[in-house]
Ligand binder design. Sequence first.
Ligand code: SF4
Length: 272
Amino acid sequence: MALSVVDLYRTVLPKTNCKDCGFPTCLSFASMVVSEQHPLKNCPHIDPELLAKSELELAEQYAEGKWLKRDLAGEALKWAQNRAASMAVEDLPDRIGGELVDCDGKTGLKLPYLNGSLLIIGTDITDESDNKLTRYEQVFVLNHLAQGGRALPTGKWKGLVEFPNTVSKMVSMKSQVEEPLIKHFSGKGKELQARALALGATPLQGQQNDADVALVFQIFPRVPVSLMFWDVKDDEDFEAEAKLMFDETVVEHLDIESIIFMSERLRQLLCQ
Ligand code: SF4
């Protein structure tokens, strides 16, 4: 019999809310056990026989994926790894830039990334300090490897909404990227500028605008992203505004989901 959160709470846990498991209540512990495979034995007050029986039941429902919280980052990463698995590393410099390097007998790609570079061997990606990237960061890098075309940036900028099939993604762009930037840097445009320059951003050229900050990040050799930021003014009733723009060729290099992940990562790096 499968154990739901309520079953676990009612028939297995002692319901004393003693907090010995590290959770404030038995119910919150039950929720973590059922949806995130938190070990049931972390509650030290369950009769050993009941514990063994319950662990068996939980193992069966975990195997079926029943009531498990979806690991969206893990699923996206698996998909991107499969997508990139068949790429020929020798083709990559011509397609997306970077250079081939020898790594203990294996051929890897050194790919410029913001103000540094990535080392990519197969689907394994590390930065210059030998750190693994976050899972969402790996997703957009791998999708770029799999999809990146030869198109060079044209210098014609577009907002995300101007690309096909992006209407449903605008909520993520607003809530995960633009609004956090506004919240973090409102009244601190100079701080944003300094942070961006430290990430290798350069002034946005040839674009008529009245933004207080107008910069271009070279995320990958063929994927520039521009950021415009209008700061609050002391004498005006005006709220700060932030907008990311993409070269019109970006969809040749990344799928829309990856453009969102990349934008979120840029926001994280700026707000760190
Ligand atoms: S240790 Fe067990 S009894 Fe105590 S709060 Fe956690 S689940 Fe409840």
